[in-house]
Design a protein around this ligand. Structure first.
Ligand code: MG
Ligand code: ZN
Length: 222
């Protein structure tokens, strides 16, 4: 590559095979959560509002149970460990930027990444029900009320990596705005459709072995 890369990788549906928030709601939330998910997808409410609302239905006392549930149920996409190894040996900065919540994202990535490589929402269990807190709100350039605002995170971090080629890896609508800022996009699932709709060039992937291979090829090209 002419420029060294910096990688911003999504978590739910990208690092893990399935979306953890939906799985948690299916298991722990009282009925009615489906309507909130629909509202988020229809964009009638913002992601921040919707996700905050979803978790507020769940009792704080279920924290440990939810962590165990995610740890046993969530499957890590093939090649992720090797991908981390590759970024380390190549000295490529890697960030997982997630709309997920710290209390289940951190345990899944424990011993894999340093905590400063993980950027996600936070949580407060001091009340009767789970309260999500938002350390990475939208900056002045984003008005979507993302909750964890991926484009804002990229804008904040890119100053630390001037001249780097920004690589975004993701699977869904929540990665679209970040993809618009990227120099190279790895997409799967719904993000593929969104990239095509928005004429954003992308490399499709199924496992992280695909990503490693494509990155190696890029390196040869330059
Ligand atoms: Mg995702
Ligand atoms: Zn935003």
């Amino acid at each position: 590559m002419t420029h060294r890369p910096v990688i911003f990788c999504d978590f739910d549906g990208t690092v893990t095979e399935k979306d953890n928030i939906v799985a948690i709601m299916e298991e722990f939330a009282p009925d009615g959560w489906q309507a909130i998910v629909t509202e988020i997808l229809n964009e009638t409410i913002s992601i921040r509002e919707g996700v905050g609302n979803l978790f507020s239905k769940i009792s704080s006392s279920q924290k440990e149970e939810i962590i165990q549930f995610v740890l046993t149920r969530s499957k890590i996409r093939e090649g992720f460990q090797e991908f981390i190894h590759y970024t380390k040996t190549e000295n490529i900065p890697l960030y997982v930027v997630s709309g997920g919540i710290d209390f289940f994202v951190y345990p899944v990535l424990e011993k894999k990444l340093r905590t400063d490589q993980i950027i996600c929402n936070s949580s407060d269990f001091s009340g009767t029900h789970i309260r999500i807190t938002w350390p990475h709100l939208c900056d002045k350039k984003c008005h979507k009320d993302c909750g964890c605002c991926k484009p804002s995170v990229i804008r904040r971090l890119e100053s630390q990596f001037p001249e780097h080629k920004k690589i975004v890896i993701g699977d869904s609508i929540t990665d679209l705005q970040a993809s618009k800022l990227a120099d190279m996009v790895f997409a799967r699932d719904y993000l593929i459709e969104k990239c095509e709709e928005n004429r954003i060039p992308y490399t499709p992937f199924e496992t992280f072995f695909d990503v490693i291979q494509a990155l190696k090829k890029e390196e040869v090209k330059s």
